[in-house]
Design a protein around this ligand. Structure first.
Ligand SMILES: NC(=O)c1ccc[n+]([C@@H]2O[C@H](COP(=O)([O-])OP(=O)(O)OC[C@H]3O[C@@H](n4cnc5c(N)ncnc54)[C@H](O)[C@@H]3O)[C@@H](O)[C@H]2O)c1
Length: 360
């Protein structure tokens, strides 16, 4: 077999038109340190912003040179120049904005989690389909360099038949960035591991069964889970382990992925989770029987924040352009949410759960 080094073109596919007007709802942390820096790099055009707390919208507009600050969501939706509504509010607030925006005929990029109840997510998808607008969910980890490279290598046959996959993140999360998450009834899976769930579905497909154990550190004030260990079982024999702990006080924190298959291994680190939200580039190493079992490493020169945040918006714009489905469409995200809620049911009932058990 001839040796070759794969060309890993992991940057997002860009739309032909970059100038579709974007209107932002919610001017909080993630919009300021991720969405807007990413859109600036990509050359996207942000028309205006609205926030319940007007001073936040004004501050954001000033910091990022956004021309309009709206007083209400309705005012933003009444703006003809806004073609895409980019929502970044709390999940319980997102459903009402989807209802209003679809009625106004706007395309939508929603934040993850798409909804805090599965039935709301199903309703959101139906609203968008009935209104014939495109709806994507901001599951941007799929465009994180290490994950996208793993997908390219898998598609190119370097792994062969997948036999094992894992994402393991033992980090120290500063919940003061999201006090409203920490005091809620669902924390780790709903707001964090949802990225790993979506990325693992993207890489390895749909699990048949999921089993989750959830817990928290001894001194924690939340009543919800901040550390989880999950096993996914596939009909093919593939096994997946997701192991996440947000209370790692030790100084050897780690955030790794590893995929094994009949032909090779792909492994690396998730740079963002070493010092969120600054992060560092991911690392990537891989080996395959098809290339004499030499180890290769990739040099990845982009970051999860902000670079990966170009992906979902670019994919939405491509879908508008081609009348196709965005890669992380609302309909696709229903499968991610089924796994999320199956993991919660598993935790509560201490049994393996099929994602299909979760219905509206
Ligand atoms: N994709 C990611 O990786 C990622 C990372 C962090 C946060 N998030 C998600 O983004 C969302 C926002 O998180 P954040 O960290 O920016 O929170 P934040 O508290 O910093 O900001 C939220 C903002 O939304 C505003 N808001 C709330 N409801 C509103 C409404 N109905 N209309 C207008 N404005 C409203 C608030 O006033 C606030 O300014 C959450 O759903 C969170 O899960 C996603």
């Amino acid at each position: 077999m001839t040796d070759y080094f794969p060309h890993l073109d992991y940057k997002p596919e860009m739309p032909k038109r970059l100038d579709r007007g974007i209107g932002i709802v919610g001017a909080g942390g993630i919009v300021n340190y991720a969405h807007l820096p990413a859109y600036k790099k990509a050359g996207f055009r942000v028309v205006g912003v609205v926030d319940k707390q007007r001073d936040r919208a004004e501050h954001t507009a000033q910091q990022h040179a956004i021309p309009h600050v709206y007083s209400t969501v309705d005012e933003l939706l009444g703006e003809d120049d806004v073609e895409i509504v980019d929502v970044a509010v709390y999940p319980a607030e997102q459903g009402e904005i989807v209802r209003l925006a679809t009625a106004a005929g706007k395309h939508l990029l929603c934040q993850k989690p798409f909804a805090d109840e599965y039935s709301t997510a199903v309703r959101n998808v139906k609203l968008a389909e009935q209104a014939k607008v495109k709806l994507a969910v901001n599951q941007q980890m799929r465009w994180d360099a290490g994950i996208r490279c793993a997908r390219l290598l898998i598609d190119d046959g370097w792994l062969g038949t997948p036999t094992y996959g894992t994402i393991q993140v033992h980090c120290h999360t500063n919940w003061s960035l999201w006090p409203w998450i920490y005091q809620g009834k669902r924390v780790e899976i709903m707001f964090h591991s949802i990225h790993y769930i979506d990325s693992l579905r993207y890489l390895l497909g749909e699990p048949s069964w999921v089993f989750t154990s959830g817990s928290r550190g001894p001194a924690e004030s939340t009543g919800a889970e901040t550390k989880t260990v999950t096993v996914w079982d596939y009909a093919s024999g593939l096994q997946v382990v997701i192991d996440v702990c947000h209370t790692t006080w030790q100084d050897d924190r780690y955030a790794i992925f590893r995929f094994e298959g009949s032909e090779g291994v792909i492994k690396g680190t998730i740079g963002l989770m070493y010092n969120y939200p600054t992060g560092q580039p991911d690392t990537l190493e891989f080996m395959s029987k098809r290339n004499s079992q030499y180890w290769f490493s990739g040099r990845l020169d982009s970051m999860w924040i902000p670079d990966a945040f170009v992906g979902p918006m670019a994919s939405l714009m491509c879908a508008i352009e081609n009348d196709s489905e965005p890669e992380t469409s609302g309909r696709d995200n229903l499968r991610t949410l089924q796994v999320v809620f199956a993991e919660y049911r598993s935790m509560a009932e201490r049994r393996a759960v099929r994602p299909e058990e979760i219905t509206a």
